[in-house]
Structure formats: structure tokens, C-alpha cells
Design a protein around this ligand. Structure first.
Ligand code: AMP
Length: 459
């Protein structure tokens, strides 16, 4: 769970990256970093915390240059500590480069062990550093059979060689003194979009909502397995690992993770999320008075359900947006404080009503249990809880932060047992087929559904 953003050819590169990262803040709140090239050297600022709180105008003014990459971090691999904050800047015999990574490399531990046995010293516990070592160590190889532009002959074979060894999910941005390079793994797990503004600056971002904030137009998604080089000679694409017919795009990006105002995997998150709610209504029609979303994540599927069923949508839970990262320890007498800080029922809406409560996903089940208790206390007559995705049964190994298998309620309990645990009148999960059908269009074929099925495309 991370967000990445890059700019080429703009003298306000650091400030635009700051704005782009702010738009991607939902993808990671732990730390932020920006690296900028002034065409001679790369400079960088990193800090723990939110974008707006961690980088000030002075820091951004010090980051002079017209090419930049940035990263917002939520740790899924490696500990949450200052060393692991990205981008990572490295210097080797062919110059300097900075890397920002979204995803998770599944064979990182193995590669790391091999490299350490050969004497490599790692400075972080992040899987991304493996990539850097592999690039620096690679011998210039010509066995890729790809005709490279002269500007690319020095660095790209090293990158291609690293890509050959690494398995898993990686959307990467690499900043060199005179180049910006974007990479999407051959399975295409994580999104990465390309944009351009009227002045001719080029942008890359995890989601298109970050292009909107800098007034850039969305051009296209990077393709699975694509390496895109941007420099003074233009844009060039290579496919060092060949074309892959079936990409494994993370369907959970559509279910929960991406912002609804984004286009990712060539489609609108908004319409897909709403379609999941419509599909839910087709699969599980219920006679009730109101549809209530668990804000914010259940909003669009609840809207879809309401439209399809004709049952009115009401905001029966209000969300407080001012929850700090650290708050006073819950007071023992107030059992549901952690949820109360975030959500509060509207008695007028729920009292005496038969409610269809909708959320996008059920992970541990702890939030839902507390919400249901609050709604019952506010007078709800019936609570029918519908989830716009199937049961989460397996942890994600490709970059979404999910708890261990033991903590996933659906990995050990049946739907009926979960229903009893949460204390609802009905519990229904969207079918796997229904979810895939809602997310699929003619262009975006192929999803990774490992968290719902346990079928991992690459391990
Ligand atoms: P839980 O109490 O663990 O069942 O939490 C479920 C809630 O967490 C749902 O409202 C989801 O929208 C939200 N959620 C789902 N996946 C994640 C995630 N990876 N990180 C944080 N929240 C999530």
C-alpha cells in the first residue's frame, strides 16, 4: 500500500510532486519522500508523517530541478522506520538513481540472503532495496534481443536483468540525472498511469486523481511488463520480459483501495464500485426501509444497491474526519471507543428501521461488530449486513496491508458463524463471479483475486 508520483520537464517538479502525493495520501500515511534532479545531481527530502504535515515550503524550495519522483508509504514489507522511507537514492559506477516502489516483491528474502552471502550490505529492511542491489550488480547484458535507443544502452540492461530475477508486484519510478523511468511488473498487479499537461510536462502516478490535482490529462495506463523511458529524446517503451496475455490486476484496488475519482486499469473506480452494489442487489434482494453505507468505503456500493433496489439511501452513520494518528488510549468503560471516534449513528434515520448496512469488505470483523452494536443501541429494528466483495480468506502478498490468515475472520469461520459473531439478521457477501463481472470491461481483462481465493499467481 503505497502511492508513487513522478514529473518530467517542469521547473516546479518538487511542488507538483508534493501535490500529487497529497492526492495519493490514502495509499500511505506513514511517511513521504521526494527526490529531484537538477540534471547534475539528485537531491532528496524524506520525513515520517502525512504529506502536508511533513514537508514545508522551505524544503520544497530547496529541491530544485525539473524531474522528480515521490512516494507515500504504508509499510507492507519491512519495518516502519526512517531508513525504510522512500525514495531510495543510490550512487554506483554508472551514476546516481532514486527509486520509488509500490508493490511487494515475493522472492525478496531469498535474493537478499544470496546477496548478503556474497558480501552485500543492506541499509534497510525494505524489499525495494533488493532491486537496487540487483541493478548495481548486474553485468551489462545484451541477451534481451531488444534494440535500445543510445541513451538507454547503459542503464536499461541492468534494470532488465534485475526484472528477470525479481518476482511479485512492482510499479516503480526510477529517477536518473536526465531520465525518468517507469516500470510495471509483467503481471500488472499495481496500477500506474501516464499523463501530460498543456505545457508538455509528463506525469506518472499510481492513480489518475493525482493527475487531476496538477491539471494533467490522463493519457493511458502503463501496460503490464512495460518499461517507459522519458528523456530529452521523448518517450520510449520496452517490454523486456515479453508481453503477457493475462494480467493479474489487483481487484481489491477497485473494491476498497483506490480513490473513487480515479481511473485505474483503464476504467473508472466510481462506476465499478457502484456496479458492485447493483450486483449485490441482484444477488441478494431484501425487503427493508433504508440502505445505510459504512462511510466512506461503503458509499458507492450502497448507492448502487439503492438504485437497483429502489430502497432509499440514507446516511445513518456520520463519519468524523478529524481522527489523529495517535489518540488517547481507549478508556476501559467505553468499549467501542475506537469505532466511536470515527462513526456515530443518526438515531433519526435508524430508529425502528429495517436497515441494509453496506460495506466494501470484511477483514477482521471487529469494526462491523462494533458498528452493529451502535446501530442496535440507536434503535435499529433489523440489520442486514451486505458486503460488496467476497470473504477475505488469504493475506495479500502483493502490497495490500492485510492481517495474517489467522486474523482474517473468514479464513476460519463460516458465513453463519460470522453472522452470529457480528450480531446481524442477515450477512451476505457478493459472489466472486459477481465481483469480477462488475469490474470487468472489454479492455481490462484479468484480475488477481488471491485475497478472496488463495490463488496466488506468482510466489
Ligand atoms: P475489519 O474490522 O478488520 O473487518 O475492518 C473492515 C473495514 O476495514 C472495512 O470498512 C474496510 O473498508 C476497511 N479495510 C479493508 N481493507 C483494509 C486495509 N487493507 N486497510 C485498512 N482498512 C481496510
Amino acid at each position: 500500500m503505497c502511492g508513487i508520483f513522478g514529473v518530467y520537464n517542469n521547473n516546479n517538479a518538487s511542488k507538483l510532486t508534493y501535490l500529487g502525493l497529497h492526492a495519493l495520501q490514502h495509499r500511505g500515511q506513514e511517511a513521504v519522500g521526494i527526490a529531484v534532479s537538477n540534471r547534475y545531481e539528485i537531491n532528496m527530502k524524506k520525513a515520517e508523517g502525512l504529506v502536508m504535515q511533513s514537508l514545508d515550503e522551505k524544503s520544497l524550495n530547496e529541491l530544485k530541478g525539473d524531474i522528480a519522483i515521490g512516494h507515500v508509504r504504508y509499510s507492507t514489507s519491512g519495518k516502519s522506520n526512517p531508513q525504510n522511507v522512500q525514495p531510495f537514492l543510490s550512487h554506483f559506477y554508472k551514476g546516481s538513481f532514486a527509486v520509488a516502489h509500490n508493490g511487494n516483491i515475493v522472492n525478496a528474502d531469498l535474493i537478499r540472503e544470496e546477496l548478503e552471502k556474497e558480501g552485500a550490505i543492506f541499509y534497510t529492511t525494505s524489499d525495494t532495496e533488493v532491486f537496487i542491489h540487483l541493478i548495481a550488480k548486474a553485468k551489462n547484458t545484451t541477451d534481451f534481443g531488444i534494440n535500445l535507443h543510445p541513451n538507454d544502452r547503459e542503464f536499461l540492461p541492468l534494470l532488465f536483468s534485475a526484472m528477470k530475477k525479481v518476482k511479485g508486484a512492482y510499479s516503480l519510478l526510477i529517477l536518473r540525472e536526465n531520465q525518468l523511468i517507469a516500470v510495471r511488473d509483467p503481471f500488472g498487479f499495481r496500477p500506474l498511469v501516464l499523463g501530460k499537461n498543456k505545457q508538455g510536462s509528463i506525469f506518472l502516478a499510481s492513480e489518475s486523481c493525482a493527475l487531476d490535482i496538477v491539471e494533467a490529462e490522463y493519457l493511458r495506463d502503463l501496460k503490464a511488463g512495460e518499461v517507459l523511458v522519458i528523456d530529452g529524446d521523448g518517450l520510449r517503451s520496452y517490454y523486456p520480459l515479453g508481453f503477457v496475455d493475462k494480467a493479474y490486476k489487483c481487484i481489491f484496488e477497485y473494491v476498497y483501495f483506490s480513490r473513487p475519482d480515479s481511473i485505474i486499469f483503464q476504467d473508472y473506480v466510481y462506476s465499478i464500485r457502484k456496479e458492485m452494489g447493483r450486483q449485490l442487489a441482484r444477488e441478494m434482494p431484501i425487503d427493508a426501509d433504508v440502505v445505510v453505507p459504512v462511510l466512506d468505503s461503503g458509499m458507492l456500493s450502497a448507492k448502487g444497491y439503492s438504485e437497483e433496489s429502489g430502497i432509499p439511501l440514507e446516511i445513518g452513520l456520520i463519519r468524523n474526519h478529524y481522527i489523529g494518528r495517535s489518540f488517547i488510549q481507549p478508556i476501559q468503560e467505553i468499549r467501542d471507543l475506537s469505532v466511536k471516534l470515527k462513526l456515530n449513528p443518526v438515531r433519526q434515520v435508524v430508529e425502528g428501521k429495517r436497515i441494509i448496512l453496506i460495506d466494501d469488505s470484511l477483514v477482521r470483523g471487529t469494526t462491523a461488530k462494533k458498528i452493529v452494536r451502535m446501530l442496535r443501541r440507536a434503535g435499529a429494528k433489523e440489520i442486514h449486513f451486505l458486503i460488496s466483495s467476497p470473504p477475505v480468506v488469504s493475506p495479500c502478498v502483493y502490497g495490500i496491508d492485510t492481517p495474517t490468515k489467522e486474523e482474517l475472520i473468514a479464513s476460519s469461520k463460516s458465513v453463519n458463524e460470522i453472522k452470529e459473531y457480528i450480531g446481524v439478521d442477515t450477512l451476505y457477501y457478493l459472489s466472486l463471479e459477481g465481483m469480477i463481472k462488475s469490474a470487468m470491461n472489454n479492455k481490462n481483462k484479468g484480475f488477481c483475486t488471491a485475497c478472496f481465493t488463495g490463488d496466488y499467481p506468482v510466489l
